[in-house]
Design a binder for this molecule. Structure first.
Ligand code: AN7
Length: 358
């Protein structure tokens, strides 16, 4: 075979990342250097087992398919592109892990210094590895995410030299809203229900913004009900007050004072949806179910959306999308804790066949 025939088909569209693909909806100009890792276009996977359990059409938006393994890449491409346009050399964020991994990757791509503040002892191993290997300056603070975010807010106020890339930076939200565009573009319709985990509440805010922008542009003619789920031990929006010591096995959403609180309640109320909570055991049950029954391995926080679906009453025949925000390999410790790791067996056919009972 000649080399030429091995080349990719040039007529096949190359995905250019969410800023270019949805440029009409982005606050960018020809002067914006687009920093991208090809994020977005993540799988929308039909879930037959969940569909049959709920008598609905259930799809999983698998955000673990992004370049750093979480939905954060959608917002980080835009936040870092805008920081580059403004001439910023240093970015800073507080994080429960995924934001730090994503910020570290995109900052490295842009040649910027990245500083991340993470809660010591409460960040999944894969995320810590990512932030470090991408070359971020990692500060493990003796405190939780909410305290880290407070410090980062002070950086934003006191220093014009650093750009804050938490979701209080509106460019993060504008990048993340592309998830809603992709769902509509892929399904061809607007789902009836949108299930999503809620931590700092930036993502539910972003999806609601995305659905509304397509609606206002006349691309769609309906809006989904926004169904947000917090972990029971970290459920300030559900309780109606700040939680000083949030606690959950889903460390990604171990947040007691969400930055986008008001936007999240607005999304809930305007859409006729709910923000409710799921216990750690409900989260873990959904987490194991997704891997074993739907072959989709997500991280614990992501499974909060499906845990929420499992206990919600929805209209039969509805079209449902659950956002699975991050990859299962982010948190190998929780995965291993949920299964029993088999003991070693002698390296012989006899030993293996005896063990298998064949
Ligand atoms: C896998 O990385 O807040 O409600 O600092 O990593 O938009 O905060 C992560 C949040 C859900 C919640 N699922 O989204 C951070 C961080 C996963 C996450 C959420 C997060 P938001």
């Amino acid at each position: 075979m000649s080399q030429d025939s091995n080349r990719p088909d040039s007529t096949r569209m190359i995905w250019r990342g969410v800023v270019e693909e949805y440029r009409n909806f982005m606050p960018v100009s020809e002067h914006t250097p687009v920093i991208t890792l090809g994020e977005g276009r993540t799988p929308l996977i039909f879930a037959p087992e969940l569909s049959s359990l709920k008598s609905a059409h259930v799809y999983l938006k698998y955000e673990g398919g992004n370049p750093t393994g979480s939905f954060k890449d959608r917002g980080m491409t835009l936040a870092i592109s805008k920081a580059a346009e403004e001439g910023s050399q240093t970015v800073v964020c507080a994080s429960t892990g995924n934001t730090s991994a994503s910020a570290a990757a995109y900052a490295a791509k842009a040649g910027m210094t990245c500083v991340v503040l993470i809660p010591e002892g409460y960040i999944a191993l894969g995320k810590l590895a990512q932030a470090l290997i991408y070359g971020a300056k990692v500060m493990q603070i003796k405190g939780n995410f909410d305290q880290a975010l407070q410090i980062v807010r002070e950086f934003g106020e006191h220093s014009s030299k650093v750009t804050v890339v938490n979701s209080i930076n509106p460019h993060r939200i504008d990048g993340q809203k592309t998830g809603a565009f992709e769902i509509v573009d892929t399904l061809g319709i607007v789902p009836d229900y949108h299930f999503i985990p809620v931590g700092n509440a930036g993502n539910i805010t972003a999806y609601w913004k995305g659905y509304n922008e397509y609606y206002k542009a006349g691309i769609t003619s309906s809006l989904p009900k926004m169904m947000g789920f917090q972990a029971a031990g970290a459920a300030p929006i559900v309780l109606g007050h700040v939680v000083d010591h949030p606690d959950t096995i889903a460390t990604a959403i171990r947040i007691g004072n969400p930055a986008s609180w008001d936007f999240a309640t607005r999304a809930r109320d305007e859409s006729g949806g709910v923000i409710s909570s799921v216990t750690d055991s409900e989260i873990l049950e959904a987490y194991r179910f997704l891997a074993a029954k739907e072959s989709v391995f997500c991280e614990p926080a992501s499974a909060a959306s499906v845990a929420g679906l499992l206990k919600s009453d929805i209209k039969p025949g509805s079209v449902v999308v659950c956002i699975l925000t991050g990859h299962g390999l982010k948190d190998p410790d929780v995965a291993i804790s949920q299964i029993s790791v088999p003991e070693g067996v002698d390296a012989t056919y006899d030993a293996i066949s005896k063990e298998l009972g064949v």
